[in-house]
Design a protein. Sequence first.
Length: 570
Amino acid sequence: MTEAVLPGTVVYDDDDPFEETLDEHTALLTKPDYPSLYRRLSRRSDADFLPQDDDDVEHVRRESLGGVRKSAWGSLSVLLLGVFVANADASLVLATYGRVSSEFHDLDSGSWLVSAYVLAQCAVQPLYGKLSDIYGRKPAIIVAYVLFAIGTAGAGLGRSLWEVIMWRAVQGAGGAGMASMVSIIITDIVPMQEVAVMRSYVNISATTGRSCGGVLGGVLTQAFGWRWAFLAQVPPTLIAIAMVTWTLHIPIRDTEAAHQSTWVKLRRIDFAGAFFLSTTIVTACLILDLGGDKLAWSSKWIYLLAGTTAVSAIAFTVSALYVHEPIFLLRLLRNYAVVVNYAILTLLIMTQMSLMLSVPLYFQTTTNASTGQAGAYLIPAFVGNTLGGLIAGYSIKYTGRFKPSTVAGPIISLLCMVLLLFTWQGHTFTAGSLAIFPGGFANGMVASSSFVGLAAGVDEDDVAVAASGMYMFSNIGAIAAVSGGSAAFQTTLRSTLRSTFDGVQGGEEIIRQALKDISYVQHTTGRIRKLLIPCYVAAFHSVNFFSIVCASIALIFATFSKGGKIPKPE
């Protein structure tokens, strides 16, 4: 789609990074000494005030960049509350899902409180990028906030576990946009070398939310019940909606779409492609979640899901080849930078998410930690995530290189998982809990560097869809982590419990209670407790092995990823 050229605008030809198309009002400027792929500097200037010598031209360029930064900070500050709330919810559920499912006497199904959220994220994530191209960034993010608020209220009022799980899915549909739209907006309004830094500040808000969410959720759960842990999120979400509605101003990139009727915009949406892609993602994730744990791999339901996945994937591919504006661009999957950065971030998400899911359970069983205390044990990883993102962001800003952070992340993550394997043996206290810090640090580094590598490797018009795709694959990684980690934990726990309590009087009842309710383990004493704790430690270590495999594969991808250098700010 051709964008109208305004007076005083310099338009860089994508085929020739040094070619300028000038309108008759544009003063002649010196050409940049770096490719257009990494520009993202302000392209607008007033011809009436353009000086003629190179020093003054550079002065104007710097002044323009300063204006972009101020505008970006204004827009970004409005979005941080939503980022905080969405991430607070994530750690809240990690810390409380065991208590929620235990109250409904269905601990085995507790992981669905996390899975449903992430499944919904995966299903709708690709839609946000394209819909925001058509309708604008602001309407897309408002819809995300509204869905999140409705889902949060519904989860807090749910009368059964599966009703709560259903509303968690609605939350996930909103959370998908609350996460991805912020990154898309950042790439719209700031220069490339500032992207990693801006994302690191968003990461601070996210990490603060994750750090507070587990603790506050645990406190609310203990004081008023788990329902208020959800309901307390509704007021700040409504405030975020009001702030975005009245104060967020984002320039419309697609000037043609701005003048199109609602009917024309609707015709541009690839509804068939969206349906087939969402079906493919959901059924594939259900296979990961159900297979081997809740259903045997030979189950007819697994075969049915696999067949549905294959058919819908083929249908989506055919649809994407023939529609004018597909919901997701298949050609992106032929881009080396896209595929590699998708894979690296997805695998690191799997590494970290599987660990984070099991840490609260580890401390609740081995140290009798309360829900609030168990959530607090996640804080070192969240702090590490913040520092990792900041350090990687500023490193990329001042060196212009993103591959070192991409490679360092999996290495640090591997070292973290090995450390946990040898030090967390059932008697872990405050100092030992800091061992999860490097894992969060590694994840923060890769989150910043892989996004920059992705954005630098695609055309500007494809950034929104590519970014949505990255979040989609990250969410698939999260659901795979929940599924794989939970399967490893439950399978190992079940087998070790059976071998440990074989022949013990009342052993079957002990096994049944231990698999169903955490509070049962917390209230055991004496010989029974001494037998139970090693079973849970072994289950936790099985999750460590799962994480080690994921981090190792991520390191291979990172090693063979393409490097690059973006211009350093002056």
